[in-house]
Design a protein around this ligand. Sequence first.
Ligand SMILES: C[C@@]1(CC(=O)O)C2=NC(=C\c3[nH]c(c(CCC(=O)O)c3CC(=O)O)Cc3[nH]c(c(CC(=O)O)c3CCC(=O)O)/C=C3\N/C(=C\2)[C@@H](CCC(=O)O)[C@]3(C)CC(=O)O)/[C@H]1CCC(=O)O
Ligand SMILES: NC(=O)c1ccc[n+]([C@@H]2O[C@H](COP(=O)([O-])OP(=O)(O)OC[C@H]3O[C@@H](n4cnc5c(N)ncnc54)[C@H](O)[C@@H]3O)[C@@H](O)[C@H]2O)c1
Length: 191
Amino acid sequence: MEKEQRYFPFFVDISEYRVLVVGAGIIALRRTSALLRFGTRVTVVAPDIRAEFQALQAQYGQEYVCLQQKKFTPGMTNGYDIVLAATDSPETDHSIWEECKKHGIRVSVASDQTLCDFRFPALIEKDNIVVGVTSNDSDHRNVREISARIRETLGTENRNIDRAEKQDSKESEYQRKEMSAGRTGSEEKNQ
Ligand SMILES: C[C@@]1(CC(=O)O)C2=NC(=C\c3[nH]c(c(CCC(=O)O)c3CC(=O)O)Cc3[nH]c(c(CC(=O)O)c3CCC(=O)O)/C=C3\N/C(=C\2)[C@@H](CCC(=O)O)[C@]3(C)CC(=O)O)/[C@H]1CCC(=O)O
Ligand SMILES: NC(=O)c1ccc[n+]([C@@H]2O[C@H](COP(=O)([O-])OP(=O)(O)OC[C@H]3O[C@@H](n4cnc5c(N)ncnc54)[C@H](O)[C@@H]3O)[C@@H](O)[C@H]2O)c1
């Protein structure tokens, strides 16, 4: 019988990490904005970059958000501590995974749970409390629903970008909220 895979929720200081995110669509945006709230530096590589990434760069500064408008090419993962593959091309995601495995870089592939060294959780943040939710059976929809209920109980706004907002690439609700809250990279770091 196959052993059930279980994921342990380490809570790690990622402020000194260098993170590469390949792809700049809705999933990459949700994850990049989450990582930035935890003080890390992120490089984003994609031929099409959603407009909200410019707002993140304006908010956190170029030191924290480096945008590279180009396709992934071999060698790009060099020097990164972790890599998130979130393109809409399974072949590209797979070659990113291969390169990371070859060089011992931890990698998560949004399109394929079998290619994840770690799980990207749903995040609920309330004052200094951080809740991370994941599933051992990869029922992503359930993770999302449980997280929404925790957010409701704690009275936290849903900071995550919903996939339904995908079409609204100009000025999303998320961007307006972040901008009107006047959040800055240094404030986030000090939280
Ligand atoms: C928690 C959350 C965090 C985040 O993404 O930020 C997250 N998925 C979320 C939502 C969600 N994901 C999917 C749907 C559509 C479902 C539907 O409609 O049926 C929805 C619902 C929605 O988006 O509304 C589809 C999906 N997801 C993965 C695959 C590939 C596969 O299963 O192989 C496919 C099929 C793709 C396809 O078919 O194209 C894989 C992963 N998704 C993970 C995390 C990691 C495992 C964590 C876990 O579930 O335990 C992992 C392994 C990737 C990783 O760790 O990198 C976020 C909740 C955000 C929140 O609420 O805060
Ligand atoms: N984990 C999750 O929560 C979840 C949920 C749904 C879907 N997914 C998976 O996540 C992936 C991304 O979904 P999305 O909705 O963000 O897609 P999207 O279409 O919004 O964005 C795709 C991005 O990938 C980039 N890209 C394409 N080819 C590239 C290449 N060769 N090099 C670099 N960048 C490249 C595009 O320029 C674009 O920025 C899909 O594979 C999807 O199956 C994950």
